[in-house]
Design a protein around this ligand. Structure first.
Ligand SMILES: [Zn+2]
Length: 254
């Protein structure tokens, strides 16, 4: 991010940057209405500290998250930040922990319960090739049958098996899990998925959607990758949203 405040001296430069970026991401989600009261999580690895992760304080709304109130935890969800008075939703971290542990490329993980994404996770056939954004994801999404709240470790084997080499897992009847190599990349993948689901929901309410053929989906996905924006996947979009958040409130930086 272009205009960062001086880092808090308690943290390394890398950790402070990760904290600010993650706090900004929570604020973006709140601004977009993708928050779920005090629930759901966006987690990232602490870049310079193997086995440490950052998560939102349990009990706090996404719009209240800031760089210094994010909690540092180990892979099992135990608090490493002794001074942080907030608690961790350990049960909520179970599936994040599973993916962070098993997949070295899962730097950032987003899981939500938004109406549009949960609705698409709850319909027969899941995401359908019926709109522009959905075409970005067709064939690139995995599905996992609902087994109840995802807190049992033995479900982990099946979650990983179903995810396979995909990096978006639609938990049926529940919600999406988006994994990425960076937070901006996770954000942009999530944004497109959210839009695809919103539009599917709107289209279904009007009548029979126009299906897009496999050949067109393939051409769309091939040509999409020719569009390059500087700064890596999602960076320009993420930074634009941060500037929008700043017009509401800049306290996420603290
Ligand atoms: Zn959930």
């Amino acid at each position: 991010m272009a205009t960062q405040l001086q880092r808090n001296s308690r943290y390394s430069e890398a950790e402070w940057t990760a904290r600010q970026e993650l706090a900004a991401c929570y604020r973006i989600f709140a601004m977009m209405g993708w928050d779920e009261m005090i629930f759901n999580h966006i987690t990232v690895k602490v870049p310079d500290e193997e086995g440490s992760y950052l998560i939102n304080p349990y009990g706090m709304h996404f719009s209240e998250v800031s760089a210094s109130n994010l909690i540092k935890i180990d892979i099992d969800g135990n608090k490493v930040d002794a001074d942080n008075p907030w608690h961790v939703n350990k049960a909520g971290f179970v599936q994040h922990s599973l993916f962070h542990r098993a997949l070295p490329d899962a730097h950032a993980i987003i899981h939500t319960h938004t109406t549009a994404t949960m609705a698409v996770c709850s319909v027969e056939g899941g995401l359908q090739p019926t709109n522009f954004y959905a075409c970005n994801y067709i064939g690139r999404i995995a599905y996992h049958d609902f087994e109840g709240v995802t807190v049992r470790e033995e479900e982990g084997v099946r979650l990983l098996e179903h995810l396979g080499d995909k990096r978006i897992l639609m938990l049926k009847n529940h919600g999406p899990v988006v994994l990425a190599r960076s937070l901006p990349e996770a954000f942009i993948k999530y944004w497109g998925l959210q839009r695809a689901c919103e539009i599917q929901l709107a289209t279904a309410s009007m009548g029979r959607p126009v299906m897009i053929g496999e050949d067109v989906v393939n051409v769309h996905q091939r040509d999409l990758h020719q569009v390059q924006i500087p700064g890596g996947p999602g960076r320009a979009e993420f930074d634009a949203m941060v500037r929008k958040v700043d017009k509401i409130d800049t306290s996420w930086r603290d």
